[in-house]
Design a protein around this ligand. Structure first.
Ligand code: M6R
Length: 615
């Protein structure tokens, strides 16, 4: 939530900051702003709405400075107004700050600062932070070359909450200070230029060399170098990582929206998630970074999966897969609930966090809570170098490529696929035979091709979407491992098209949701060829008897009665355990085309941000 970009170097900062903000916009689009160090002081420009509004506003000013910070906001404290937009400038005009996070003790600090003559123009906690920096700066007596850095460091010692910050000071035309606690911040190392950013996508056009800051680290960047120390003044030896993305991966190309691009990338992202992860004998999966021996795996009695939103749905599919193939009991919890629930856990429980970004604050907090209790923690994440990836004891990178659309798509199918591979790996350590292992591994390898074939239904699904875009309520129903896909279908539809949708296990329908059925509330049934196929057909009949329209997603071999549904989408046959991946594609496309038909802003749905880094 909220995106920060900072630049210092030989180029004009303005265009670089605006380009970075554009790429970070998925983190928040309530307002955007920048502050640039100019010959006559700090020039600050802010505008509500998307980055394009800021872009137009900056065309009216002369921005020639080569050091600057910028921010795209997802509002927490205070409404969506220009006053509340970042950067915030201290009331004496000395400092400007771009802040991502929440300062929890801002009210007491604000009272203190008001008593010391500071004034406030916004309702934000961030403005309190920048004024406290100014307060410490005025009191600071250390050498001039350290005074700016020291005043930021001292301020942070008085702050409770979370922050990723970039700060500039009028007196320091060549220096920027950044810091993080709980909110991500990276340093980009370019040629005679350095950048700060909330994530890699903002700076990938300028450098692939990055340092992921850790909590409680403070960094100073100048055009010539950077230094990092902890908030307690211990110096830090930075580890420079190389990002392996190509710039094109974070660009739209021929697509209208990132969501569309990412749906169609799934054959490739799934292939990349699996690459190099099968054993030579073809009977099991191999993972490089789990940091758990076979003996330790055999000692695991229970696995607890935690995630939020779509990642939580992936956790639910992991439960079906792992219990089926490895016969290890799995529990699934919302990370946001687990972190405060103080759940009793068996001592041989393994904790698994699932997060596309690797930065979701609740998932991170759940992971930390599990670690604190002494449990072994693993993570499935797409966020290379993310906080969750670094703090888990081991894990699996998804390698799905950057996911920019706020609605998660390719990350979800990759998470299911990797859960299936964990199930295979764990199954082979237990009772799964060599032959069964080979058969399942073979089925896994076929998934990208089957997904590509499913995507060929695109035009048909678009046509169906056109006919359902006018409804305001919809149900998604499926049984067993299709239940999480029903939940995911409903989430996709509501988040991007604002249609009220619910996902339910199909057999539960009669226990309440059937009351919603009328000609105004269509249902999407997920009906693959499976043990419960005929039961689902009966459920559909019950809906039809009550004038409800029905879209059925089924599989080739299921022989669904053609006259029973209003619309049928057929996906190829796959191994039954892997059908959830294929069935995800039509619900993604259906939601996407409905949202487009309704004229919604698909990649930037209202009130949402890609990565939820505040509670
Ligand atoms: O980055 P994460 O996977 O941890 O994000 C979790 C959720 O915030 C995310 O899946 C959210 O629900 C998406 N908007 C779903 O499309």
């Amino acid at each position: 939530m909220c995106g920060i970009v900072g630049y210092v170097g030989k180029q004009k900062a303005g265009p670089i900051l605006l380009d970075g903000l554009k790429r970070l916009e998925y983190r928040g689009y309530d307002s955007a702003g920048l502050a640039i160090h100019q010959r006559k002081g700090l020039t600050c420009v802010k505008k509500t709405g998307p980055v394009i509004n800021l872009f137009k506003e900056t065309e009216k000013c002369e921005l020639s400075g080569k050091l600057g910070i910028s921010h795209t906001r997802w509002a927490t404290h205070g409404g969506v107004t220009t006053e509340n937009a970042h950067p915030h400038v201290s009331s004496d005009g000395l400092f400007a700050i771009a802040h991502n996070g929440v300062i929890e003790n801002y009210q007491s600090i604000k009272r203190f600062l008001l008593g010391n003559g500071y004034t406030f123009a916004s309702e934000t906690d961030s403005e309190v932070l920048v004024n406290l920096i100014s307060y410490h700066y005025r009191k600071e007596t250390c050498d001039t070359d350290k005074r700016f850095f020291e005043s930021v460091r001292k301020t942070l010692m008085h702050v409770e909450g979370t922050y990723g910050i970039a700060v500039v000071c009028v007196d320091y035309p060549q220096e920027m200070v950044g810091a993080r606690l709980g909110s991500p911040l990276i340093v980009g190392i370019g040629e005679e230029e350095y950048l700060l950013a909330s994530d890699v996508s903002a700076i990938i056009s300028r450098t692939q060399n990055v340092v992921y800051l850790k909590d409680n680290e403070v960094v100073s960047i100048t055009p010539k170098n950077f230094t990092i120390s902890t908030i307690n003044r211990e110096s830090v030896d930075p580890i420079v990582d190389q990002v392996d993305w190509a710039i094109e991966e974070s660009e739209l190309g021929i697509h209208s929206h990132f969501m569309e691009k990412e749906i169609f990338e799934q054959p490739v992202s799934l292939e990349n998630s699996m690459r190099g992860r099968f054993s030579d004998d073809g009977s099991t999966a191999n993972f490089g970074g789990l940091n758990l021996s076979s003996q330790e795996w055999r000692g695991v009695d229970r696995i607890l999966f935690c995630g939020c939103g779509t990642a939580w749905h992936a956790c639910l599919t992991a439960e079906y897969l792992i219990e089926r193939f490895a016969r290890v009991p799995v529990e699934v919890e919302y990370a946001s609930e687990f972190r405060y629930r103080n759940a009793p856990l068996d001592k041989n429980t393994l904790f698994f966090a699932v997060s596309q970004s690797g930065e979701t604050i609740d998932t991170l907090a759940a992971l930390r809570e599990a670690k604190r209790k002494g449990f072994r923690t693993l993570a499935i994440t797409n966020g290379v170098g993310s906080t969750i990836a670094r703090e888990a004891d081991g894990g699996i990178y998804q390698h799905a490529g950057p996911e920019i659309g706020v609605a998660s798509t390719k990350a979800f199918t990759s998470q299911i696929l990797l859960s299936a591979m964990v199930a295979l790996y764990l199954g082979r350590l237990r009772d799964m035979s060599y032959t069964d292992g080979c058969a399942f591994a073979k089925a896994l390898k076929q998934v990208p091709e089957l997904v590509a074939r499913t995507l060929e239904q695109n035009e048909k699904i678009k046509d169906i979407a056109g006919r359902y875009a006018g409804y305001e309520d919809m149900l998604f129903l499926g049984r067993q491992s299709m239940f999480p896909i029903a939940l995911e279908g409903a989430l996709k539809l509501k988040e991007i098209s604002y249609i009220h949708a619910e996902g339910y296990p199909a057999a539960e329908m009669k226990h309440g949701p059937i009351a919603l059925i009328s000609d105004k509330c269509p249902s999407v049934f997920l009906a693959p060829k499976c043990e419960t196929f005929h039961k689902i057909v009966s459920n559909i009949q019950e809906i039809k008897a009550r004038t409800g329209k029905v879209i059925v997603v089924t599989s080739e071999g299921a022989e669904f009665p053609a006259d029973l549904a209003d619309d049928i989408i057929t996906v190829p046959d796959a191994h039954e355990a892997l059908q959830p991946i294929l069935f995800t594609i039509p619900v993604q496309l259906l939601s996407y085309y409905i949202a487009v038909e309704r004229g919604c802003n698909v990649d930037k749905p209202r009130n949402l941000a890609k990565s939820v880094t505040v509670e």
